[in-house]
Design a protein around this ligand. Sequence first.
Ligand SMILES: [Zn+2]
Length: 158
Amino acid sequence: MAEEKKKNLIEEFIEFVSRGNVIDLAVGVIIGGAFTSVVNSLVGDLIQPMIAAIGGNPEVKGMAVVLNGQTIDFGAFISAIISFLITAAAVFAIVKAVNQAARLKELAAEKAGLLKKEEEEAAPEPRTCPFCKQEIADDATRCPHCTSKLEGYTNAAE
Ligand SMILES: [Zn+2]
């Protein structure tokens, strides 16, 4: 009984791991981690030294003020805000690009649909009876709906 339960759990686990979204999530986490280090480098190696340079003291990272023995690091706080803004902007750009791609795809589909519609419109319209306006065969000489005599009608009895 316990053996069977264990097997089921393993099967369940394999099923869970082999699900596509777990792989997608793992890729997302790895890419996210790599992206975080890029942002951190941009902020830590480029922006923070710039702030320090503007602050006038390249030796100190950021604009830190020592007050009663406590360090109040404005530079670190500002760089955290900048880091957040850059990340938010990058994510916004990615989402916008994805939305744009989706919109383009939609437009392309719409265009293809339009072309198809045009093609359909280009096809000859079915012949209609001039009296009852019902659809009739191209070579009909008498309307099957209203029995009107059509072009080319010949009857030996008449
Ligand atoms: Zn008719």
